[in-house]
Design a binder for this molecule. Structure first.
Ligand code: ZN
Ligand code: ZN
Length: 258
């Protein structure tokens, strides 16, 4: 029956309704892309206040003393300052967005890349500027073995779209991953550190010297990967490394002063 309907539609040249890749409901004409408006609205953006360095959402349960001007540093960044100058993420890595990223990466539904990119572009459009303005854009690369398995590099696609939108040069094939590593998601923090240590190199330091780099990645989990990349880029002579990721796995931390 389903086949008959599809033949009839083809013969009569009736377009198929677009269906949401997450919940399979029909997408209205007013909504672009492959995700319905209901799912789109359920993607949760990161709430302020944030740690000024790593960008984690902070829960502050008491009245703040005056004079802080919204400048907070979380306990982890105070104890171990990160190698990057700042990191920000657009939304939480849970619910609809987690499913969406999963479908995109593992089912290789490349078209979803446009929906994910538009979340990042909307974030920049709504005044979340990156300070100071970057000179170049880079991204956390996949190892060539993983790239071959997956067929595309999701962070490269996001970085290319952001570069086009901001009209900033995207540098490719300079920051390189030299060793195949286990997926970070399944490891503890210490294991992540050991897993990723020494895996990235800068091939052409002259290209990044004194540059303010906007480094793009898809998911910020504990920040180990972007931190390692920032360290390598800084050693290679970069002026600043500001990180922007689509999603963040850790929801929030409770803020304390001491
Ligand atoms: Zn939906
Ligand atoms: Zn922090």
């Amino acid at each position: 029956m389903k086949d008959l309907i599809s033949i009839f539609r083809k013969v009569m040249d009736i377009p198929f309704p677009r269906r949401c890749r997450v919940c399979n409901s029909i997408i209205g004409e007013e909504k672009k892309g492959d995700i319905c408006i209901g799912c789109w609205r359920n993607i949760r953006l990161i709430e302020r206040p944030l740690c000024s360095y790593c960008g984690i959402s902070l829960q502050i349960s008491y009245d703040l003393p005056e004079g802080l001007n919204g400048y907070y540093i979380c306990r982890r960044c105070r104890e171990t300052p990160p190698e990057f100058d700042s990191a920000r993420s657009v939304c939480h890595y849970d619910g609809i967005l987690k499913r969406l990223i999963h479908i995109y990466k593992y089912n290789r539904v490349k078209r979803l890349g446009d929906d994910l990119l538009s979340l990042m572009i909307n974030y920049i459009k709504s005044g979340n500027n990156i300070h100071p303005p970057p000179n170049i854009i880079m991204y956390v690369p996949l190892h060539r073995r993983r790239l071959k398995e997956r067929g595309f590099d999701q962070s490269y696609i996001l970085a290319r779209g952001i570069g086009d939108y901001l009209n900033i040069l995207l540098i490719t094939d300079n920051l390189s991953k030299t060793r195949h590593t286990k997926p970070q998601a399944k490891l503890s923090r210490n294991e992540r550190l050991n897993n990723i240590k020494g895996t990235f190199i800068v091939k052409r330091p002259e290209e990044i010297r004194k540059m303010n780099i906007l480094l793009i990645d898809d998911v910020f989990t504990t920040g180990t990967t972007v931190n390692e990349c920032a360290m390598v880029l800084k050693k290679g002579g970069a002026g600043r490394v500001d990180v922007l990721t689509l999603a963040r796995a850790v929801r929030s931390v409770t803020y304390d002063f001491c």
